[in-house]
Design a protein around this ligand. Sequence first.
Ligand SMILES: Nc1nc2c(c(=O)[nH]1)N[C@H]1C(S)=C(S)[C@@H](COP(=O)(O)OP(=O)(O)OC[C@H]3O[C@@H](n4cnc5c(=O)[nH]c(N)nc54)[C@H](O)[C@@H]3O)O[C@H]1N2
Ligand SMILES: Nc1nc2c(c(=O)[nH]1)N[C@H]1C(S)=C(S)[C@@H](COP(=O)(O)OP(=O)(O)OC[C@H]3O[C@@H](n4cnc5c(=O)[nH]c(N)nc54)[C@H](O)[C@@H]3O)O[C@H]1N2
Ligand SMILES: [Mo]
Length: 654
Amino acid sequence: MKVKGCCPLDCQDSCAWIAEAEDGRVVRVTGAKDHPITRGVLCAKVKDYETRVTAPGRLLHPLRRNGPKGSGRFETISWDAALGEIADRFSAITAEYGGESLLPFCYLGTQGVVQRRSLMRIFHALGASRPAGGVCAVSAVALLMEGHPIGIDPEEASEAGLIILWGQNVLTTCHHQWHFIDAARKKGAKVIAIDPCATRTARQCDVHLAPRPGSDAVLAASIGRHLLETGQADLDLARLWVADLDAYRAAVGPWTFARAAEATGLTAAEIEALSHEFAAARPALIRAGIAPQQAQNGEAFVRGLSALAILGGHWRHRGGGLSILSFPVLPDAKAARSDLIAGDPRTLDIAKLGQHLEHADPPVKGLMVWSANPAATQIDAPRVRRGLAREDLFTVVADHFITDTARYADIVLPATTQFEHFDVQGAWGHHYVLANIPVIQPMGEARSSGAIMRGLAEKLGLTDPAFRESDEAIAASALPDGWSLEALRDEGWRKSPAPRPAIAELAQRLRLSDGTIEAPAQRDMIQLLSPKSHHFLNSTFANMARHQTAQGAPAIMLNPADAARLGLADGQQVRVTSSNGSLELTLQVSDAVRPGVATIEGKWWEHDRPDAAMNIVTSSQWSPAGQPAYNEVYVHVEALEAAPMRIAETAAAG
Ligand SMILES: Nc1nc2c(c(=O)[nH]1)N[C@H]1C(S)=C(S)[C@@H](COP(=O)(O)OP(=O)(O)OC[C@H]3O[C@@H](n4cnc5c(=O)[nH]c(N)nc54)[C@H](O)[C@@H]3O)O[C@H]1N2
Ligand SMILES: Nc1nc2c(c(=O)[nH]1)N[C@H]1C(S)=C(S)[C@@H](COP(=O)(O)OP(=O)(O)OC[C@H]3O[C@@H](n4cnc5c(=O)[nH]c(N)nc54)[C@H](O)[C@@H]3O)O[C@H]1N2
Ligand SMILES: [Mo]
């Protein structure tokens, strides 16, 4: 049997796939040939997604903790017992501390509307704290909320005359987008990468500029200054769209090519050449990634780029502009049924889970996590784990495996995978809405979020018809007006394009400036970045044998000049210490990272690889809009042999 489905994972490409089952087992999954983005190819992570269904450790039954928190000791229980206990505990917590003492926590582990949104109906009815914010692209979303256009239809990219990949590793994180970049190139477009690392993408570009991390706002300011100074800025468009051109002019004023060169580590000639190309291109497209936002000045990065796309006049032309997030029009939040909200509960920023577990008032006493692994992926993860270890916290986790987070749960619920449930989803890198049809029955006793919601509602005595809706009805409730679920099911996907911004006067004009544009501080320490790994998706797949082998042993990459200065050699074991914690990994010496910068790829699980779990060394810092500053990590790197233990061993051996 072959059915149409889609990849649910958190990625720009949201592929359409064909899943194939024989005798109740998924035997193959392949990219849909006729989907305009997928074009028949799945990525290195997902091409054998069927192996995840039966992988060792796959959760098949509800579990109850029977050891200390975090010990990972569980016993199998029935669904009836699991749901009964959750209902009793949630009810008791609500009675004693109020509904706000419950916190639902869900992120983009799956993008499916049913898997993500349906459980929110329960929490809304209980008056639970409302989760707000996010951990990814928060800066871009903040600018979007101000009205800045930050997405184009990627299929238009083939019409661009210049494409700047500004902190985006397309060939690793969203390789289907490369098709449109390549199409533009075949028509004569130049492709420029701006990335402190010579990624597999940067190496394929015509030009690679490697600035210091966090200096992008300065680089953008220097280009903006050039546009204004040389009379090449599109002042007609600025008159229609911009509120503060004078303030912007003042803010970029100091950033001559020479000064920007000093701040960014590029040469003045490189910045000048980039500025000329950007001004001349008809049009230029800036595709910007997520990592440059993961800093305390995340919004300054996005604002600086938006200013360039506008003042360069690039929004006037198809294929031009700024693209960070591209969504289809899909009102998927409707499926969460905010009309069920009891009272006016507080909102809690989900990027600060550790802080909330520590000192929210009223306290968080009941937590449910699904579609996320915050104990591995939140900034300052040890703080999150300390919170999860609280004896007075009742935690429920629904997932496919005992993740770092599930390890701390009181009750673990087995979730279905995309092969086992129905769902509908949007995307954040293109304009298609996709449907997913199950190809096998749920494995073991696994249940979809919709089924968990219905079961829990019954135990809680919630009677609104919203709690009896089928997964299909929940999905249908999120579709745009006039769409039929049946038609979408049959078609597999449908384009729901967001229009290009009109070149007309904006009611709410845009702010291009937010005060002075500052260069990142010069430091003696190494700045540690954690770019996306080719074979994991955040922490998803970090437990899969094939993916681990493909990814290779955890390593920290350092430039030869830094390694020489620190007296370190390729292949050596090193200790990496930040203000927050330390890791021990293999050193890889490579000029693929610029001097002063190190990288660790892969969000390894703390339980499996306490020596390499990146968020042990990140610390609690955010941008003004709340973007976790995952990249503001400054470390010492030293040879592990110098550690006291090893010296003692060597002495004993000698
Ligand atoms: N294979 C794979 N694909 C993924 C994911 C994954 O984990 N693995 N994750 C998915 C998710 S959740 C996301 S958000 C996207 C992210 O997709 P991308 O935005 O492409 O990925 P990032 O690793 O966040 O950052 C891209 C590049 O920015 C560079 N960079 C870091 N700091 C700076 C800076 O200050 N300035 C500049 N100019 N560049 C900088 C990094 O070296 C990196 O090469 O990918 C999605 N796709
Ligand atoms: N240091 C550092 N930390 C980072 C980043 C970084 O660059 N550096 N990147 C950040 C970014 S951009 C992001 S987006 C976040 C991602 O952080 P998370 O959202 O925590 O992402 P994942 O680690 O992929 O975990 C997703 C979980 O969802 C589960 N899941 C998948 N499908 C389903 C389903 O259908 N039902 C249920 N119940 N569960 C499901 C998966 O098994 C997995 O355990 O991490 C952030 N953390
Ligand atoms: Mo992300």
